[in-house]
Every structure is written in C-alpha cells, then in structure tokens.
Design a protein around this ligand. Structure first.
Ligand SMILES: Cc1cc2nc3c(=O)[nH]c(=O)nc-3n(C[C@H](O)[C@H](O)[C@H](O)COP(=O)(O)OP(=O)(O)OC[C@H]3O[C@@H](n4cnc5c(N)ncnc54)[C@H](O)[C@@H]3O)c2cc1C
Length: 481
C-alpha cells in the first residue's frame, strides 16, 4: 500500500523499455510502483525488435565475412567454404531474448516493482482498469499513471499476412525458414537490416519502396554511398516509386505492384516470401483514452516536453505517456529516456528531453548512423536564424584503422553553424558508425563548438579519427568565417 490513499504511487501500463526504465527509476527513488504487461516482459525491443534482430545480424554478419573469399584473399587468408545452421542462428537470437527478458524482469522484482500480468486501460483520473490473464477485472488507483504501450508493425491495406509466407518483423526475428527469394516491402532501417541478414544467408531479395528513392529517410549523400554497398553490391533488386497494392500469401506469394503516382498496376511478382517493413503504428486504441478526453493524432498520444499527456492544449496533472506510443523518434533509448524524465518530473525534478541530440543507428554491415538535423532541415534553420551553414565530409578511406581492416568504404558528414561552431547534425556510413555517432551526440547535447572539439585528442589508430578529422575541417571554416 502506498503512503498515500492510492494503491500505488505510480502505475505504468506496458513493460517495454519505456515502461521498464520508468518503473525502475521510480522504485529506485522510493516510489511504490506497479507495471502492467499483457504480453512478454520487455516489449518490442527485447522480444521482437532490437535484441533478436541484432543477434541475427551478428551471426549472419560473420557468415558474410567468412564467405567473402575475395576480401579474405586480400589478407592472404583462404577460408574453407562456410556452412551454417539456420536453426542454431535462430536459437542464438531466441536464447538472447530469454536472457535479456529474464534479467529485466529480475531487475524490476529486485527494485520492488509489482508486476501485474494483464491488459491495462484508463478508467478516469488516477484509475487503471486491469483485466488479468485469468479474466479477473479490477480497478487500481495511482497518484500518477504512465502509458508506455508502444507500437505494432503497420501493414498497409491490400497486404494480407499469414505469419508464414507474408510476415512482419514480429515473425522475421524468429528466422523460422530461409526463403530462396524474398520481397522486402520498405527500405527503412528495419527493411535494410533484414536485407542484410537474408542476403548474408544466401537469399535473393527484391526491395520495394513507395517513395521515389530507396532509403528515403537517410541523408542523400549517405544513401548514395551506402546503397552502393548495401543494395547494389548484393543480391538485391531494388525498386522505388512502387506500391505493393495487393499481396496474397501462399506458395508462391503473389504481389501486385502499382505506380505510386498513377496507381496503375505495373508489375506482378511471384516470390517465396514477403517481409512487410512499412513502419509501425502506436498501440493506443484499446486504452479507453476517452475516459480522460485524450485525442490522439493517428493513434499517437500527444505529450508536452515533460511527458505529460496533453488534452485540449493543456497538460494533464497525473497522466503521462512515454515511448513509441508518443511518436517521438521511435527507438528504445528514446523510450527509456522519456521514462526516466517522466519519473523525474513526477518527483518534482523538472526535466525535458532534447530530441535533437538522440542518435539513431541501422546495424547493417557496415552501419549507418545519424544525430540531429538533416541537411535540408539545417538549411531551413540557417535561413530562419540567418546564419551560415557549414558542411564538411570526412572519409573512411583516409583512416588508418579502416584501411587496416580493408573496410574503407565510408563517409561522415557534419553539419554545423559557421558563426558559433555548434553542431547541428551528423550522418555516418561506415564500419562501427553506430558507435562513432555517440561522441557527436554527446557534443551536440552539450552544445560544444567544433573549435573546442577539434582540440580533443583521439586515439590513433581508431575509427574515432574520422570524427576528429571532421571536427578539424569544421573548426577551420568557423575560424575563417
Ligand atoms: C525489428 C526491430 C528492430 C529494432 N531495432 C532497434 C534498435 O536496434 N535500436 C533501437 O533503439 N530501437 C529499435 N527498435 C525500436 C524499439 O524496439 C522500440 O522503439 C521500443 O521497443 C519502444 O519501446 P516502448 O517501451 O515504447 O514500447 P514497446 O517496446 O512496444 O513496449 C510496449 C509494451 O506494452 C505492452 N502493452 C501494450 N498495450 C498494453 C495494455 N493495454 N496493457 C498492458 N500492456 C500493454 C506491450 O505488450 C509491450 O510489451 C526496433 C524495432 C523493431 C521492430
């Protein structure tokens, strides 16, 4: 029982990373917390997202490396033909999921969080309805309620899934079979990561993108160099400007492709499988949001900078939302950060999130990463705020470590203000880009000038010198202007 008249100080609905970090942070600060989860603890990231997909990428990445005889030959290495067992790769992912999920559950239990299994919903202010897995329905009260219900894969109209021949990332992470020919609909980060896995394991891929270029959400310069290696250099046939208007599961799977502008059917394909990777939709429709008058935008719950749910333009006092369901940079670390920020605000320690400094990564081989503004957004800001935009490029082919690894295909693009040297954004394609972006993200958070950053010593020889070179080039431009 809480010290107040409520059952709990905080009830969190949803135990993904957003809910987990909120509940743990709250319990560590002495609050009496319950977390409600209707499926597996850990949510999308642990069970159907980051964790299993990175395990598959790790294993298939090794297969790709060992099977690349031409590349190994350059080191003077002659490897035997590579063999792999699909089932064991799938088990590696599955075991990792179980481990991470168990650790996360134990962490919550040790922190004193009450775990409630069942479906949660709002029942008016400071009340949560809980339908337990055994059918029992009860109402619980809490001083503060946090919605952290996440998201589900989006399946466009006209596409029928059966979970076996036409499926989403929910099933793809299980790697139940390896289709000889798979069509991947969508060339965002999820589509790209699975194309990496499937091509490494010998599948032929057709990538279908509705927008006018593949990888439309990435920086155009990064796309140019990345698509050369991640798409053109592999067994991938990429098609853009085409909508998959009709997909029927079966053997074969039948796909009807239509021109995105005219909507005329232009092509029909018959493939072994289809992965639908067309984005994600918030899970908010069964939360009884009406009981609090919450109006969503395409299902996303509106929040203010402190994570309070906004109704009629005003933040509610005791209702909060974090993670994918809020639609801000739908990533695990965003959800986790929002969770702790919500709790800090509940505790009276005012905090906000600077979304611009949150990095994002695609774990292909090589990786892609970014933080901050795109060049297009930076140009608009430069015009609005009347400053000169600086853009520099640093190449992996000039980096000793990348050359030693014979992995010198890569580029970093840095966007900064020429007046103050403040970083506005960075985009990287190349070996370990996901790790490299963190340094830039930290500098961006601290609003440091490239002039100061250019004086920081980087270890030689490391890939971090790619970032150092970019800072040095940028500093020269700032000092000259
Ligand atoms: C294939 C794939 C790969 C990804 N890779 C990465 C990556 O490498 N890095 C990264 O940062 N992000 C990655 N993501 C995104 C990441 O998984 C999500 O951003 C993250 O899981 C969002 O966390 P969340 O807490 O908001 O929601 P979720 O993780 O979706 O958790 C929400 C939880 O709430 C539960 N729930 C929903 N409604 C109710 C209810 N009414 N009652 C009780 N429980 C409920 C759900 O069952 C779920 O467990 C990936 C996603 C996918 C699909």
């Amino acid at each position: 029982m809480s010290k107040t008249n409520f059952d709990f100080d905080v009830i969190v609905i949803g135990a993904g990373y957003g809910g987990f970090d909120a509940a743990k942070h709250a319990a560590e600060h002495g609050l009496n917390v319950a977390i409600v989860e209707s499926r597996e603890m850990g949510g999308t990231c642990v069970n159907r997202g980051c964790v299993p997909s990175k395990a598959l990428l790790a294993a298939s990445g090794k297969v790709r490396e060992l099977a690349d005889a031409d590349h190994l030959e350059l080191f003077g290495i002659h490897a035997a033909p590579v063999r792999f067992e699909r089932q064991k790769i799938a088990s590696h992912a599955n075991n990792l999921v179980s481990n991470v999920r168990n650790n996360l559950t134990k962490t919550l239990e040790r922190s004193g969080v009450t775990i409630l299994k069942g479906h949660g919903r709002l029942e008016g202010a400071q009340k949560v309805g809980l339908r337990e897995t055994n059918g029992l329905d009860r109402i619980l009260t809490a001083k503060d309620v946090i919605i952290a219900t996440g998201s589900d894969p989006f399946v466009p109209p006209g596409i029928k899934t059966d979970g076996r021949t036409v499926f989403t990332s929910d099933e793809a992470v299980l790697l139940e079979w390896l289709p000889r020919w798979i069509a991947i609909i969508g060339s965002g980060y999820i589509g790209l990561e699975f194309a990496d896995v499937y091509t490494a394991l010998g599948c032929e891929v057709t990538m279908i993108e509705a927008l006018d270029r593949v990888m439309p959400t990435f920086d155009p310069d990064i796309t140019k160099i990345a698509s050369r290696s991640l798409i053109a250099g592999r067994d991938i046939d990429a098609k853009s400007g085409l909508l998959a208007t009709n997909v029927q599961p079966g053997c074969p799977v039948k796909i009807e492709l239509s021109d995105v502008k005219t909507r005329e059917v232009t092509e029909e394909l018959e493939v072994d499988a289809v992965l639908v990777a067309t984005g994600r939709v918030p899970r908010s429709n069964d939360l009884n949001l009406d009981s609090m008058g919450v109006e969503t935008t395409r299902g996303f719950i509106p929040i203010d900078a402190s994570m309070r749910v906004v109704v009629g333009g005003k933040p509610l006092k005791n209702l909060w939302a974090v993670g994918d369901v809020t639609g801000k940079l739908m990533l695990a670390h965003t959800a986790a950060a929002q969770g702790t920020v919500a709790i800090d605000n509940i505790l009276g320690n005012t905090r906000e999130i600077d979304y611009r400094s949150i990095p994002a990564a695609t774990f292909t081989h090589p990786e892609i990463s970014s933080v901050g503004l795109s060049e297009e957004q930076a140009k608009i800001l430069a015009e609005e705020e009347k400053f000169k935009l600086g853009v520099v490029r640093s190449y992996f082919k000039a980096n000793s470590k990348a050359l030693a690894e014979l992995e010198s295909d890569g580029l970093m693009k840095l966007l900064f203000r020429k007046d103050s040297g403040e970083i506005l954004g960075a985009h990287i394609f190349g070996l370990h880009a996901a790790d490299l972006i963190q340094e830039v993200a930290n500098s961006l958070t601290r609003k440091q000038s490239v002039v100061d950053l250019s004086k920081e010593v980087h270890t030689h020889p490391t890939l971090s010198e790619v970032v150092e070179v970019a800072y040095k080039q940028a500093a020269q431009q700032v000092l000259k202007s």
